[in-house]
Design a protein around this ligand. Structure first.
Ligand SMILES: *Cc1c(COP(=O)(O)O)cnc(C)c1O
Length: 441
């Protein structure tokens, strides 16, 4: 490939490309995007040879760093054999090896693996499994799915209905009649537990599933909550025969310190959704795990089968990489080694929290967040975090915010010196931003 200059790529991009989550009019007028030419380890390199520390593992995917050599080798090895085949009435060893490995790794009782291709489809499959399960197993009145305020579970229409983030769901609100939102434990454990208990007591006989991002509500603003909520949610859903769906798309693969966030409460859900870190940031790949009970609910007459799938279900490249991802966690002791890094991250954020104008600092595992006090009151459309973003980019770090929430979710194996450099840049950019805000006001 002959390489175009940076300016030329941006010019042509602005003529035809529509970017995700991006106000395109402003982007075309003044957007100055990073133009990536390479990435490896914790760094992204642009078309001019400048490098940027990746503060969010590229939307929470490259948990083992970019282009981990073992993952690239697994990709190449599988590509030499075959890249894709249909998965209906066909199987292959990568998908089988991975299903075995995932069920061994998952909380006990999750013994069945349904493959798809991204986080949204992993949760969409979970919704349809839950609703169809009750529809054909003696409780067709169970048609409600419960989700939390500030939840985010992806972008297909079904999971958009679960979303508690207005910026993403407002235009489609009327279409989510099967969803009821509950107060989130990230705004107070007691109130959230009371509401969950009351809802299930009053309407549990009509509820099919409770869908949760365990411990951290990610895209809704890096909102953290107590594992006690998961424990209680498991007990209550069991009591009212409601399926507990844990969306570990962001939290899985060690982000919160344990391999699954569910491990912190020693909870086994009925359904668990995986994507993002599952394929190490190499390509789109997802899995929805469930129990024998749910699986067997689709036995019997063929009309009871799960007539659902995606063209790239069980993609062999993804499966082979995901298997290698699991091996790398074990053989490189990724979680053990991340502990000291997580402590460093937490300490630095605690320090940031001493600055006036910074509120609600929190950290857990390799994830830390803070909020900039903002006259606009926060939320996804707030611009407060974007000044930090711009300043950090000038200094060689990519730290895309969530509105006024500035956070880091770096690779779990980010070298200590890179992590320190990233933290130094964030600290400096916070100081500059806070100074500007004070002078501006
Ligand atoms: C990102 C995310 C999704 C959606 O995943 P996509 O691959 O973007 O479709 C779903 N759930 C959670 C918790 C996520 O963080």
């Amino acid at each position: 490939m002959s390489r175009a200059s940076r300016a030329e790529v941006v010019l042509r991009d602005k003529r035809h490309v529509w970017h995700p989550y991006t106000p395109m009019e402003a982007y075309i007028r003044e957007g100055n995007p990073l133009v990536v030419a390479k990435a490896s380890g914790s760094r992204i390199e642009d078309a001019d040879g400048r490098t940027f520390l990746d503060g969010n593992s590229s939307w929470w995917t490259s948990l083992l760093g970019h282009n981990h050599p073992r993952l690239v080798r697994a990709l190449e090895a599988q590509a030499q054999e075959f890249c894709h085949v249909a998965f209906g009435g066909i199987t292959h060893q990568p998908a089988v090896d991975l299903a075995e490995a995932l069920t061994l790794r998952a909380p006990p009782g999750l013994s069945r693996v349904f493959y798809s291709d991204n986080g949204s489809t992993a949760v969409e499959a979970a919704l349809k499994l839950s609703l169809q399960y009750f529809h054909q197993n003696g409780a067709p009145q169970k048609t409600i799915c419960l989700a939390l305020e500030h939840a985010f579970h992806g972008e297909t229409l079904g999971v958009t209905a679960l979303s508690g983030v207005a910026a993403f769901s407002a235009p489609f609100r009327g279409l989510g009649a099967f969803v009821e939102h509950l107060p989130t434990p990230s705004d107070g454990l007691e109130r959230a537990l009371e509401a969950l208990e009351r809802t299930l007591r009053e309407r549990g006989d009509r509820v099919a599933a409770l869908v949760l991002e365990p411990l951290i509500q990610g895209a809704g603003g890096m909102r953290f909550y107590d594992p006690a909520y998961l424990t209680a949610a498991r007990q209550l859903t069991a009591r009212y025969d409601v399926l507990l769906v844990l969306d570990e798309v962001f939290t899985g693969f060690g982000r919160t310190g344990t391999f699954w966030a569910a491990d912190a409460a020693q909870v086994t859900p009925d359904i668990m959704c995986l994507a993002k870190g599952l394929s190490g940031g190499i390509l789109p790949f997802a899995a929805t795990l469930t129990t024998e009970r749910v699986f067997e609910g689709f036995f019997g007459d063929p009309s009871r089968a799960f007539y659902y799938g995606h063209t790239y279900c069980g993609n062999p490249l993804g499966a082979r990489i995901a298997l290698e991802v699991l091996r790398v966690y074990d053989e490189e002791h990724v979680l053990e080694r991340a502990q000291a890094k997580a402590a460093r991250l937490a300490a630095a954020f605690a320090g940031f929290g001493e600055r006036s104008g910074v509120v609600r600092v929190r950290s857990r595992g390799m994830c830390a967040a803070l909020e900039l006090e903002s006259p606009r009151g926060g939320g996804y459309l707030d611009r407060a975090g974007w000044r930090v973003y711009d300043l950090a980019l000038e200094r060689g770090a990519y730290v895309r915010p969530l509105g006024n929430v500035v956070y880091l979710a770096p690779a779990l194996n980010m070298p200590d010196e890179d992590l320190q450099e990233l933290l130094d840049i964030v600290g400096e950019c916070l100081d500059l931003t806070l100074q500007e805000t004070r002078h501006g006001s």
